[in-house]
Design a protein around this ligand. Structure first.
Ligand code: PLP
Length: 404
């Protein structure tokens, strides 16, 4: 199988597997136990916290281990809601992962959310943020992801961070798709940072949340934030997340992340992978013609591994591109993993104003660190084969819109 769905999940990196097994075998004690077996397991957590803090550029005591990005986003929104005043508002992008949108709705309610618009290429509009601030409006929290999981489009998170710092606004950055694909050092300056182990070669069910540091604006709110736990009933993680930690997966996660950070710094890493992707995209465009296919975010910075493509509607065929490709041995996705398999239109594509008829034909190809040029070539051949069989010659034009 050619696996091109790494934004949904990644295979376990061999070094992470080894690290996981070693800790499971040798450090099986409960990290909260007072005997030596417990202390040794606790040391694994301390070391992982130290290393992760170094990678992100943050304080060790601002890191909370969680079960993944969904829990981290829920915890962040819960903590923010605990510290905010009842009139405080949240500015959030409409292209966030559903777990962040759902927790914002749960903990703040629709009436307290303002949606930051995105343009047709899928980038949040910084102008909207700056013009609202100029009008004297100021939210308690801004939530904008680092990179979108469906389109791969990179968001201006560094600029948003700076705006937030200048205006004393808390910033929550869901970086689940950034971490491991680019250097994460500057992320630690964001108030909340969300990461998930299985997005970069670690085990599933493991992640972290970087929470606001003790010092900074709104000191008393920071104190509330740092003490608020969503899962209660134990003093683990300084009381911020009850439940026995998972030293094996946490250790494996940090091992995987270190390996990824080294890998992406090897010469030609990004340029090779972008070139292989470019070949696939240009071959599809020449096979179909520019009017019948659209690569989302092609003209703007996007993750080196992602290609989100609006394909033409297949002829006499009810099966989706994803199913057809799977039968040829190529695993891709329709959009976010959570909504795959449902006929629901992607909220990300809707926010980008992609017509519904086109959004249903979207495929997301997301390669991994180990994906080869041969894999890209194989996927291209399968797509070209399908195009010949199931695409009618002159239908399914993509409505042309003004470039953004
Ligand atoms: N946030 C983003 C940007 C994601 O891409 C995902 C998963 O696709 C999540 C959150 C949820 O991650 P997890 O599977 O770790 O709960």
């Amino acid at each position: 199988m050619i696996y091109l769905d790494h934004n949904a999940s990644t295979p376990l990196l061999p070094a992470a597997r080894e690290a996981w097994l070693k800790v499971s075998d040798e450090f099986f004690g409960n990290p909260s136990s007072q005997h030596r077996a417990g202390l040794r397991a606790d040391k694994i957590l301390d070391d992982a916290r130290h290393d992760l803090a170094g990678i992100l550029g943050c304080e060790e005591n601002s890191l909370v281990w969680t079960s993944g990005a969904t829990e981290s986003n829920n915890l962040a929104m819960f903590q923010a809601s605990r510290a905010a005043k009842s009139e405080d508002r949240v500015w959030i992008s409409p292209i966030e992962h559903p777990c962040l949108i759902a927790s914002a709705l749960r903990y703040f309610g629709e009436d307290r959310l303002d949606w930051i618009p995105v343009d047709a290429s899928g980038i949040v509009q910084l102008d909207w943020i700056t013009s609202k601030l100029k009008q004297g409006r100021r939210p308690f929290l801004i939530a904008v992801m680092a990179a979108n999981n469906e389109t791969g489009v990179l968001q201006p998170w560094r600029e948003i961070l700076q705006i937030c710092q200048e205006n004393e606004i808390f910033y929550l950055c869901d970086a689940a798709q950034w971490i491991g694909k680019y250097i994460s050092k500057e992320l630690g300056s964001c108030d909340w940072v969300v990461g998930s182990s299985h997005k970069f070669g670690g085990a599933k069910g493991c992640g972290f949340l970087k929470i606001p540091s003790k010092n900074g604006f709104q000191t008393s709110q920071r104190q509330v934030i740092r003490q608020s736990a969503l899962i209660v009933g134990g003093s683990q993680e300084l009381g911020r997340r009850a439940g026995t930690e998972n030293p094996a997966s946490i250790h494996a996660m940090v091992v995987a992340l270190k390996a990824r950070e080294a890998q992406i710094q090897s010469p030609g890493f990004f340029s090779d992978r972008e070139m292989w992707r470019e070949k696939l995209e240009s071959q599809l465009i020449s096979a179909l013609g520019r009017k019948r296919i659209q690569v989302l975010g092609k003209e703007v910075p996007r993750l080196w591994n992602t290609s989100a493509i609006l394909m033409p509607e297949p002829q006499n065929c009810r099966l989706r591109w994803v199913v057809k490709l799977d039968r040829l041995g190529v695993a891709v996705s329709t959009g976010s993993a959570c909504s795959s398999g449902q006929e629901k239109i992607s909220h990300v594509l809707q926010a980008m104003q992609v017509p519904n008829s086109k959004a249903t034909q979207a495929i997301r190809i997301s390669s991994g660190w180990e994906t080869t040029e041969e894999d890209w070539r194989g996927a291209t051949q399968s797509l070209l084969k399908l195009i010949q069989v199931i695409v009618p010659p002159h239908t399914g034009n993509i409505p042309q819109r003004e470039s953004s």
